[in-house]
Design a protein around this ligand. Structure first.
Ligand code: AMP
Ligand code: MG
Length: 426
């Protein structure tokens, strides 16, 4: 994306009719950010296991059919459906056994069948399997009535994957099932995009680091820990740059250092009214950054842009706001930068809200909630008490966000609300 577009955003010009930095709907902020993202270009080959959580940089084609041969889906007897009696009893002679990994090397002729185990290659001359539970044995013979239809209880060569087929496309985020799928093709290495490098630091004169004694008016820096957790779960390379004082010279130095080696810079604090002024001047000098007031709670102030070549997200300082803005804006942007062209949005599910919620329309709220199933198997959600943006306990207690969009006003107990599940989000 060209620098010109970023300057359009900075100046609020161009054809962005609804652009209002002081009242930016959540969806518009997401849309604007999305326009500036292009994935890291470098690709690397990694052993299959190491590709977990990485994004494929090339399509993977199947070098073979999976399964490789027609085989039995059940333990039973393989035979040719032509030998089956339309009505009454079918009687077949058992001429051998086929095991998984050890095929029967003879063939089944008219009136014959082969004892077969799950996964064993279908013997020559057979096209159907009758499961063992439906059969009675009589010496070398089996008998059954109401036999299966032709082709039943078997798995066809290529029914999972056909030779040459694109199994997974470039841009796919590798999950556990994908490791197994690729292993089923006998492929041991895959090409993925290199890991995204993300530098982050906390800003604030009031911040103490673990190990230091708290002085009056100080708080321990917790944002670097939640950011570390969220970034690590995303599978990026993290560069923790510590705490930087509210001093323009130190902040400038930190931003320059970060932009020299990171693809993305995240800072927390210093973007709220009152503090934003010197950050604004600094960021104008170092790159192009917009300061938005998002129509949301928590997480109203947000800065976004470029510092050098690095993408920059200036998150608010309040610990809950950091997490909310990360999940609502940064996570998706990172997935795009990691190589996923169109990451699926986190699903919104309906649940019954147990409590009253007071809310104004015109902004989106991300309340913290506990989602559970009641004794009648209904999914219900209860807000976690105090919803202040400094109450990090609410994030720890919550297993979901209650997402109340701009159109939603007060919520009555028993009303349906939308929830976004926290666990499993990466
Ligand atoms: P700011 O956005 O810098 O005005 O900070 C807003 C609030 O968040 C203040 O109460 C800060 O003390 C608090 N805060 C800022 N950064 C951190 C941090 N890294 N850890 C914990 N609290 C923070
Ligand atoms: Mg601050």
């Amino acid at each position: 994306m060209s620098q010109k577009s970023i300057s359009d955003l900075v100046s609020g010009a161009s054809c962005m009719d609804d652009y209002d930095p002081n009242s930016m709907p959540v969806a518009s902020a997401r849309k604007y950010i999305r326009e500036f993202l292009s994935p890291v270009a470098t690709k690397e080959c990694v052993p299959l296991r190491s590709s977990l959580g990485r994004v494929l940089a090339e399509d993977i084609h199947s070098p073979c059919n999976v399964p490789n041969h027609d085989n039995s889906a059940m333990d039973g007897y393989a035979f040719n459906a032509d030998d089956m009696q339309a009505t009454g009893e079918t009687r077949l002679k058992v001429v051998g056994t086929a095991f998984a990994g050890k095929a029967f090397d003879g063939k089944a002729s008219n009136g014959e069948c082969v004892r077969i185990m799950t996964g064993a290659v279908m013997p020559v001359g057979t096209d159907t399997v009758v499961v063992q539970e439906r059969v009675t044995t009589d010496g070398d013979y089996i008998k059954f009535t109401d036999g299966p239809k032709r082709g039943m209880n078997m798995r066809y060569a290529g029914e999972d994957l056909k030779q040459g087929q694109v199994v997974l496309a470039a841009g796919h985020l590798m999950r556990a099932a994908d490791l197994g799928l690729i292993a089923s093709l006998g492929i041991g290495e895959v090409k993925v995009y290199r890991k995204l490098r993300v530098a982050f630091f906390s800003t604030g004169d009031e911040l103490a680091s673990i190990g230091q004694e708290l002085q009056a008016g100080q708080v321990y820096d917790s944002n670097r820990y939640t950011l570390y957790g969220m970034l690590t779960r995303l599978g990026v390379e993290v560069m923790d740059m510590g705490v930087v004082r509210d001093d323009p010279a130190l902040l400038e130095q930190a931003l320059i250092e970060a932009s020299g080696s990171a693809d993305v810079i995240l800072t927390s604090g210093g973007v709220s009214v009152g503090e934003a002024d010197y950050m604004k001047q600094l960021l104008e000098k170092l790159g192009q950054v917009v300061f938005w007031k998002i129509a949301m709670k928590p997480g109203r102030p947000l800065a976004y842009g470029k510092v050098g070549n690095a993408h920059y997200f200036g998150l608010p300082g309040n610990p809950v706001s950091v997490m909310v803005t990360f999940y609502q804006f940064v996570r998706e942007a990172m997935l795009v930068l990691m190589g996923q062209p169109a990451p699926a949005p986190s699903p919104l599910l309906n649940a019954i809200c147990t409590d009253e919620i007071k809310k104004f329309t015109g902004r989106t709220e991300f309340q913290r909630g506990v989602l559970y199933m009641d004794k009648d198997n209904n999914w219900k959600v209860t807000p976690t008490g105090n919803q202040g943006s400094g109450i990090l306990r609410s994030m720890s207690e919550a297993n979901c966000f209650i997402v109340l969009d701009e159109t939603v006003g007060n919520v009555a107990p028993g009303a349906l609300v939308q929830v976004q599940i926290l666990e499993g989000i990466v």
